[in-house]
Design a binder for this molecule. Structure first.
Ligand code: SF4
Length: 270
């Protein structure tokens, strides 16, 4: 079975590579896609259905949409597009928008709280629909922007893993688009005629947000260094902990039981 377009082939191959590299989807999985109606979650939903038909393994896909309760959110467009394509979708009405208003302090960035609240809803829904994996639409640009944001503003070297087991060991979050560029996800969603739905949150599209600043910075650097994003993505997959300043990985002369598993103690050179 061939792909419908060259773009679909490119996106599907990148997703298949991520699935293979990080063992994201296994035979018998029930994959629950967090479908916001944004370009990224649509691209993920579409490509998983394409791969579902081609993959040598069997897995099912269901979408869940978390309605945060913002006025004007077009959940009806999401439901209609899924119905047209025969895709399973569950829409969950929540009061996340009101909760955010109540507990967010003045001037605080809303997105991390919002993501945590929605993650809690997704975990509950995953149990309800019997999902074995929760798939999120974060793409390569999200990974590298998060890496830079943590480097610049949080004092930590971390990004977004392709596969993450939740703290309580009960859920597995996967990000099959980690090798797909944001521009590819956008083009793919448009090419497939999927309706891009805004979240209608007051912060959405605010160019003052830290992420938007980092996005602009990377775009500026990319003008002179076209390979910069690829290099950053490769860096996220090529950790050299002994060449950083984290004392848990620093040179020690004796085995230290507090070291992270797999750390190789070194002899200190004075
Ligand atoms: S832009 Fe709005 S909906 Fe999106 S993560 Fe931030 S607070 Fe949440």
């Amino acid at each position: 079975m061939s792909y419908r377009t060259p773009l679909e082939a490119r996106v599907a191959k990148k997703v298949a590579r991520a699935i293979g590299d990080y063992n994201l989807i296994e035979d018998g999985d029930r994959v629950m896609v967090g479908l916001s109606g944004g370009k990224d979650s649509w691209a993920l939903m579409q490509v998983l259905h394409v791969l579902q038909r081609r993959a040598p393994i069997s897995f099912s896909v269901i979408a869940v949409t978390v309605d945060s309760g913002y006025e004007g959110y077009r959940r009806d467009l999401i439901e209609a597009a899924c119905a047209e394509r025969g895709w399973d979708v569950v829409v969950e009405q929540t009061t996340i928008g009101d909760v955010m208003d109540d507990i967010l302090e003045d001037g605080a960035t809303p997105c991390s709280l919002c993501a945590r609240l929605r993650r809690g809803v997704l975990y509950r829904l995953a149990d309800e629909v019997g999902a074995t994996k929760i798939a999120l639409g974060h793409h390569a640009d999200d990974v590298i922007e998060t890496l830079v944001m943590n480097l610049f503003f949080s004092g930590s070297l971390k990004a977004m893993p392709a596969r993450l087991v939740s703290d309580n060991d009960r859920h597995i979050v996967i990000r099959p688009l980690v090798y797909v560029a944001e521009s590819e996800a956008r083009q793919y969603t448009n090419e497939c005629g999927l309706p891009i739905v805004g979240c209608c949150c007051p912060a959405c599209g605010d160019l003052g947000l830290q992420r938007q600043r980092v996005k602009r910075l990377i775009a500026e650097l990319e003008v002179d260094h076209p390979e910069i994003k690829n290099s950053m993505l490769r860096a996220a997959a090529n950790l050299q902990p002994r060449h950083l300043l984290d004392r848990r990985f620093a040179a020690t002369s004796t085995a230290d039981p507090t070291l992270p598993k797999g750390t190789v103690p070194l002899t200190v050179r004075h």
